[in-house]
Design a protein around this ligand. Structure first.
Ligand code: FAD
Length: 474
């Protein structure tokens, strides 16, 4: 294990507003933990930065000392790339400020804010931008990979709502990135992950949402699964962008609106949110109640921030998690047969498979408009293997991989970079898709020595500098 010399630790602390956590410190073990308990890394030091100057100091220190860097936003990434053995971790958990300009419908969000931090500040003004479905996720990692959630069909990917960012690059410079300043860096940040530097601030556009929205769950018994999924597919073909409906297949949690005999049984859950006036949405969602005979329903007007936290109890940190994911541009009957077969043999009560419906506004930009390329993806599937006991690892991972293979013939070939696990290096190019070559050029320009390598990594392009015209589709 790499340990900093006393003099090195002293140099790192010199002038820092935040604090440095070393292996001998009492809080080292808690500070190195991330959401996924399968990740067990021992960094050389963790720097809890208090602002952009601290980030500059930490980046310069790592580069000058030849120490690997890792960057932690919310610590949620399934691959655990926020921490790394022997690395210097730039931990942004003290940088969570969110400033909202309600008149301009803009928000300035620090690099360590969670979705809960952002939603709370924006919803105080009845505003929001598309974010994910679990409020403890970091805004930074989610945005840098693309980002999607309940508002995406209406307002696009999270990156489609990003106006600008402040970035500390590998050479320690603080750059502003936007359509007019460092535009290639701005392009690369919108889907290229943490490959290009540490984002200290994001500037987002906001939209009027809620504060009350129509949202909730409709739960069907598993023996109706195929008919429900087929009707769901047809429904989503015609659904307006303002309505988002996801399907989740899992064992029913003990929710109060479900009869006790359903608890712990396999079910198909339709989870929905309508972004418009709740009363207007009621007629739109009515057909979803008639796909069969529901085991229970809980749909109504509720605060948007409450819905943004609705899944938090199922997604708490500290469990062992293993994911597999595909994008789909359509849902085939063969896929339904495969998912029904595998949900019929879940390896643990916490495992689930979901189909997140995007589409709508996420499909409209060209694949090269942002580094996030998957403008053909209408559904993102995640196989979420989850259990507590390490003894269950092999069985759970085997189940996820087997279903992943069984569902592959129906998938579009692309994958969401933020859902890749640590053992999927061979899928990184598919995750960046047709934008990989241009990203590699940007990587060479902004991080030629790959200082930022603890991520779904883009290798800096080799050879003479190419013009971006050479890699852009004409
Ligand atoms: C329970 C759960 C639910 C999820 N739901 C959704 C969802 O609905 N929609 C969705 O789009 N995604 C979702 N995700 C995936 C999520 O987008 C990724 O896990 C994302 O990486 C989390 O961001 P983070 O800041 O918490 O990650 P971290 O683990 O802190 O960071 C991951 C990587 O991002 C980079 N990074 C983080 N912060 C910065 C920064 N400030 N500057 C530069 N690079 C940085 C680094 O490379 C780092 O290795 C979910 C994840 C979980 C665990």
């Amino acid at each position: 294990m790499h340990i900093l010399q006393d003099a090195q630790a002293q140099a790192l602390r010199q002038g820092l507003q935040g604090n440095v956590i070393l292996p001998a410190d009492d809080d080292y073990d808690s500070a190195r933990q991330v959401w996924n308990a399968m990740v067990d890394k021992y960094p050389a030091a963790i720097v809890r930065c208090a602002g952009t100057p601290d980030v500059v100091q930490a980046v310069n220190f790592a580069r000058q000392q030849g120490i690997r860097l890792a960057v932690r936003g919310g610590g949620h990434n399934i691959a655990g790339s926020a921490v790394c053995d022997d690395a210097l971790v730039i931990d942004l958990s003290r940088m969570k400020a969110v400033q909202v300009d309600a008149g301009a419908r803009r928000a300035r969000v620090e690099g360590g804010a969670t979705l809960a931090d952002f939603d709370a500040a924006a919803q105080a003004h009845g505003l929001a931008t598309p974010l994910g479905i679990n409020s403890t996720t970091g805004v930074a990692g989610l945005t840098l990979g693309g980002g999607f959630g309940w508002l995406s069909r209406q307002y696009g990917m999270t990156v489609d709502n990003l106006d600008a960012a402040e970035v500390v690059t590998a050479d320690g410079q603080v750059l502003q990135a936007s359509a007019s300043q460092n535009p290639e860096l701005f392009w690369a940040l919108r889907g290229g992950g943490g490959n290009f530097g540490v984002v200290t601030h994001f500037d987002f556009r906001l939209h009027p949402v809620g504060p009350e929205v129509l949202a909730g769950l409709i739960v069907y018994p598993f023996d109706q699964a195929k008919a429900v999924l087929q009707q769901y597919r047809d429904f989503m073909d015609r659904a307006p962008d303002a309505l988002s409906v996801w399907t989740v297949l899992r064992q029913a949690p003990p929710l109060p609106f479900l009869p006790p005999e359903v608890h712990g049984r396999e079910v198909v859950v339709l989870a929905l949110l309508y972004t418009g006036e709740p009363e207007q949405g009621r007629a739109l969602v009515e057909p979803l109640h008639g796909f069969g005979t529901p085991a229970g329903t809980h749909v109504g007007a509720m605060p948007y921030v409450a819905w943004q936290k609705a899944f938090d109890p199922l997604l708490t940190p500290g469990a062992r998690n293993y994911w597999k994911s595909h994008n789909f541009s359509r849902l085939d009957d063969g896929l339904f047969d495969a998912v029904i077969a595998y949900v019929g043999k879940l390896p643990s009560p916490q495992c689930e498979i979901f189909f997140g419906a995007i589409g709508g506004a996420t499909l409209r930009p060209a694949p090269g408009a942002t580094a996030y390329a998957h403008r053909d993806a209408r559904f993102v599937m995640n196989v979420h293997g989850r259990w507590d006991d390490p003894a269950d690892d092999a069985r759970g991972i085997g189940w996820a991989r087997d279903y992943f293979k069984a569902s592959a013939p129906f998938a579009s070939g692309g994958v969401y970079v933020n859902f890749l696990t640590a053992d999927e290096g061979e899928r990184v190019q598919a995750a960046y898709g047709p934008n990989y070559a241009r990203l590699a050029q940007a990587k060479r320009q902004y991080d030629p020595d790959n200082l930022f390598s603890s991520n779904q990594n883009i290798a800096p392009a080799a050879g003479e500098a190419m013009s971006f015209r050479d890699v852009l589709p004409l």
